[in-house]
Design a protein around this ligand. Structure first.
Ligand SMILES: C[S@@+](CC[C@H](N)C(=O)[O-])C[C@H]1O[C@@H](n2cnc3c(N)ncnc32)[C@H](O)[C@@H]1O
Length: 226
């Protein structure tokens, strides 16, 4: 039942509200002809599917969560994109692609699992010379970001923070409305109500310090080491 109620909440629909920022970041890149793109920590593929729309490239979408990859595989099949998007169940700590395989690496929302510095360091070898790395991370990375970007030989092409209220307006507020709505519909199902309360807890935590949940896009280019 708890899985069912999570499906009913369907966080993906709120996650999709951030695609305007995915598009904004992608459109700061120069035109890429049929690029090889690696989407790291793709989850159920909300940004992945958008990248397929925005580019003419081939996308390798990688995550350790098989359920999320199953969801993405379903979307790929529905849109008949099997020849454009390949899913890979693998940890981003264990990627064995050859050096310089990709024109673009995309990583949204993985900062909780790998530090910004580590991602700059580890993923550089996978990029072709002058290839691009786009990271959507927690805004707390900002103070040290310039130093780290330079240290690992990237050029900062652009960056932008999401608006102050984006996480509330685009994500937590609609999520809370959905939870309220479901609460009223399932009054007698105690296990489902418990799951809803856990979800509500995350929103309540957010409300105690909304400014902490700000995030930022970095658009970087790999440059040759001096
Ligand atoms: C917050 S979700 C972001 C999903 C997607 N990029 C998005 O923006 O909607 C973080 C994703 O990172 C994945 N992840 C966590 N640790 C990982 C690892 N070591 N290797 C690959 N993926 C990982 C999780 O399974 C999850 O799907």
């Amino acid at each position: 039942m708890s899985e069912n109620i999570l499906e009913k909440i369907n966080r993906d629909q709120f996650r999709a509200n951030f695609l305007k920022y995915t598009r904004k970041a992608f459109l700061t890149l120069p035109k890429l002809d049929n690029p090889f793109i690696l989407d790291i920590g793709c989850g159920s593929g909300i940004p992945t599917m958008e990248l397929a729309k925005l580019s003419t490239g081939t996308i390798f979408a990688l995550d350790t969560d098989q359920l999320a990859l199953d969801k993405l595989n379903k979307k790929i099949k529905e849109k008949k994109l099997e020849n454009r998007i390949k899913t890979i169940k693998c940890s981003f700590y264990e990627m064995n692609f050859q050096d310089e395989s990709f024109d673009l690496i995309w990583a949204e929302g993985v900062g909780y699992f790998i530090r910004f510095e580590e991602s700059l360091k580890q993923w550089r070898r996978l990029l072709k010379t002058n290839g691009f790395l786009v990271i959507h991370d927690d805004i707390k990375t900002l103070p040290t970001s310039r130093t780290l970007i330079k240290k690992y030989n990237y050029k900062l092409l652009d960056y932008f923070a999401l608006p102050k209220d984006a996480w509330w307006v685009d994500y937590y507020r609609p999520l809370e409305s959905r939870i309220d709505e479901l609460r009223q519909r399932i009054v007698k199902d105690s296990s489902a109500l418990e799951v809803l309360e856990q979800q509500q807890q995350e929103i309540d935590n957010f409300k105690t310090n909304p400014s902490k949940a700000r995030s930022i896009f970095y658009i970087l280019q790999k440059i040759m080491s001096k």
